[in-house]
Design a protein around this ligand. Sequence first.
Ligand code: AVI
Length: 332
Amino acid sequence: MKPATFAAPRRRFEAVPAEPLETAGLSAFGQDMLAALAASPRSIAPKYFYDAPGSALFDRICELPEYYPTRTEVGILQAQAVHIAEAIGPNAEIVEFGAGSLLKIRLLLDAMDRPSRYLPIDISGEHLAQAAARLQQDYAGLEVLPVVADYTQDLILPRAAPHAGRRVGFFPGSTIGNFTPPQALHFLRMAARVLRGGALLLGADLFKDPALLHAAYNDAQGVTAAFNLNLLARANRELGADFVLSQFAHSAFYNAPLRRIEMHLVSLREQQVTVCGRRFSFSEGESLHTENSHKFTVDSLRALATEAGFTPGRVWTDPNQLFSLHWLQAPS
Ligand code: AVI
């Protein structure tokens, strides 16, 4: 088989790697980490944060006093559950993208009129199976059908159950903000296709005072820093890498022109690291860009959804306008 090669973007005076990166046989994480380290600037998709320790750290982030999105979105769901359930209608089938611990969906299920089926989609099969089993125990009349898949890729879902009401997607947490704008559009177009004739309930974090944003990603207890650095720890565990975690610093800042929080891991000195048997150099201050978290206005989110083919409907927010939940009608 022809070995997979990686062509690093070349700038005019950049050294050309002596040999192509050998990535055949590596996990997706290994391939993407090698590609990230060979590129300039260096950047990797945030989906690799979520191994078991990373998911546990994210759950702790959601409880932090500075991290307002989770509790604000839950507050909106609690306050508006009756109205949201009304919009969803009877016998509906719910498809949750990136379902995680399946906690928020309970607020909707409790308010809904005889939900028929629930399809949580997540890439982490074991975590999903456990959470789905717990949910099934608590909602005996509901068919719970977990789908192990990467929802950022094109999805094929089981056919709607006969006699089911409409299919409604649920994408809470403002994970849409972790996509680049083209990825967000691609995801929404895919969602419009799989939800044809139904709707999408989408959570989006709103633009606000940058000081509040900064605090939410630089918590006093250092949990977000640990979450960010866990990416390097994961590379050490899974890719035989030798990152020295104390030689990298968590950096999170608000990029005003692009309306997003950026997270980086910044090298504290000149150093070399080995990943999958390959050596890479970091100069002091050089960073690996690990996440973007875009912030929206109600109008910018509605414009994006419209571009993807949805018809925006009601928007529910909290009294402080920190977070928004959007009802988006899918094309028929
Ligand atoms: C999952 N996602 C919406 C979170 C966010 O706020 O962008 C991930 C996160 N990163 C740092 N803190 C939380």
